[in-house]
Every structure is written in structure tokens, then in C-alpha cells.
Ligand binder design. Sequence first.
Ligand code: PSV
Ligand code: MN
Length: 371
Amino acid sequence: MLDSADVLSRFRIALPTWGFSPMGTRFGTFRMGDEAADVFGRIDACAEVQASLGMTPGLAMHFPWDSVPDWAGLARYVRDRGLRVEAVNPNTFEDQIYRLGSVAHPQAEVRAKAQEHLLECVEIQRRLEAPYLSLWFADGTNYPGQGDFRRRHAAMVEVLLPVARALPSGSVMLLEYKPFEPAFYHTDIADWGAAILTAQEVGPQARVIVDLGHHLPGANVEYTVAMLQHTGRLGGFHLNNRKYADDDLISGSIDPYGLFLIFRELVKGERLYGRRLESISYALDQSANVEAKGPALILSTMAACEALAKAVLVDEKELEEAEQQGDVIRSQSILREAFLTDVRPTIAAFRRSQGWPEDPLQHYLAQRRKG
Ligand code: PSV
Ligand code: MN
């Protein structure tokens, strides 16, 4: 039987080191005073957030942004702060050669360069003992006729196959989809269909990561989650919230009900298929454009905990009965009952039992004031 304390004790979210880089839109970047200058500063900033949260010991790191000459030293730096590396995120989108794509680029030389970087990242993964290689490609086209969908797809799979084979044993390749941006006409992994197809072609090590911001308006994300979980290809989440597109806002800030429904599917999947909540990766991926970064990461984490704690309150047995009887009103009432429950006291009690600060945001702000 699942209860809040049980699921909360198994729930961990990784912090993105890039979450402490200066952020903004293409119209401007505003300094909030908590930006970090280099990888060590970014790790320290994550450690500070973790000291308040307790449930975020993992790091999602981005390379080459976080590259250093001394990998063993970096691994030690992370370990000494009570952290671990969860995901290695390559970058095949900034270099000038990637103007028309990377893994799906029409030219073999560019694809080879992208593959070389991915293989380097597998090596980094090994050195840092990271269980996930998390891939997002900016590949796509801006105009009809600019590229051939099928050829690009085949090229991408060809690049990824040896990368999957090179992964440290037991580790997972995550494939992230996004419907548009930076390419505006088509993206090579645009949606969960393309992601799962690619994962199936690449092999059993490949799974799909759902970035909550990467859906077109109206998309039913919880349905996507249920289907991915059903096939065993759900690999993880990038938590954030969108209003329009990839807004990268604080999780649960726009649609907390949607977040609850997503966690409900995860909890249900554990009950139905025994797919444990902690068998996939959770990382924050957000952009604090006008707010301080640490507090924004803390609020996202707490929103996810609240959604999870509410999800276990759903009386699935009663809901199933209502479904069988076609009682739509009762189904709605059951979900509302769980969603409207104030789980903050439960979470606070759980946090106390772990020896973690009961109110992580207040704790973090107080620590910063002390300086
Ligand atoms: C770009 O959309 C993006 O936010 C993707 O979600 C990646 O996960 C992230 O950048 C880091 O590369
Ligand atoms: Mn993402």
C-alpha cells in the first residue's frame, strides 16, 4: 500500500547546474545576484539548495559548459558536498557547425562531430558515474523542403546506435522531444511518438524523457506519461511549467492540477505495473528570468512533492468502480477530493522525520541572509 511518507522517501529530484547560469530571454538577461561564474560555483549553489531541500542530491550537468581538465577532481568536488551526478547533458546546438542540425545534419562530417561529442559525454558519464545520458537535440528545419524527414531520422538513428552501445552498463540514454524551437517548421524529435520510435530503433538502453514545457497547447501530458510508462519507455522528467511554449516557469505555477494528474499516472503505474517511482529520473529544467534561481528551484521541488503527495490520496479502487458504472460525477469528485487536500502538513511532518528543514524556502532565504 502506498502512502505519502513512503513515496516521498523514495522521491529525489536532480538540480540542473545550468540553473545557476545567467538566464533571460533573447531580449535581455537580468542579474539576480545568485548567478555562478563557473562549474564549481554552480555546484556550490546546488549544494546550498540541497542543504535546504534534502531531497535533491543529484546534479544534471551540461557539457562542455561544465567541463574541466581534472575529471577526478570534479567528481571529488561533487562527492565532498554530499552530491552525485545524475545526468550528463551534451551540447550539440551552439557550435557554428550546427547551424543546420547535429545528429540529423545532411552532412556526414557534422554528424560525425556530433557523435564524437556524444561519445565524449559517455566517457564523462563513466568518470562521474552518472546513470543517465540525457539528450536533447535542436535539430530540425525552418522551411518545407529544407530537409528530408526520413533521411534525417535515419541519419540520427545511425549516429545514436554506437552511442547507445558505448553507454556504461546499466545506464540509460534519455531522448527528449520538443515540438518547435529553435527550428520552427519541423523538429527531428518533435513529440513522444517520434521519441519512442527513435528509442525503439536505438535499443533497450534508450528511453523517453518528458520535459513538461515541450508540448503544444492543449496536449494531454498525463496521457503521454501513461502511454510511455505502459511501454516501459518512460525514462524521466524535466520538471517546469509552461503557459505558451517552452516557458520554463516554476513547476506547478501555471497548472498545478496538470502536475497532479501527471503524478497520479506515475503512482498508478507503480500500483499497476510495479514500475517504481524512483526507477526513472527527475530533474528540474527551468529558466528563472525575473526571479532568484535557488528559490525558484525550491518552489518547483515543493510543487512536485505536493503533486505526488496528493496523487497517492486518490482512491483508485473507488475511481475504478465509478469508471465501471459510468459515474462521471463521482470520478470527478474523487479526483477533486485528492487534489484539494492540503498536503502541506503531511509534507512538513515527513521532512521533520528526515531531519530536513521543514520549510525549505524560509530556510534557504535565512541562510542567504546570514551570508
Ligand atoms: C531547450 O529546450 C532545453 O531547455 C531542453 O529542455 C534541454 O533539456 C535543456 O535545454 C538543456 O539542454
Ligand atoms: Mn528539458
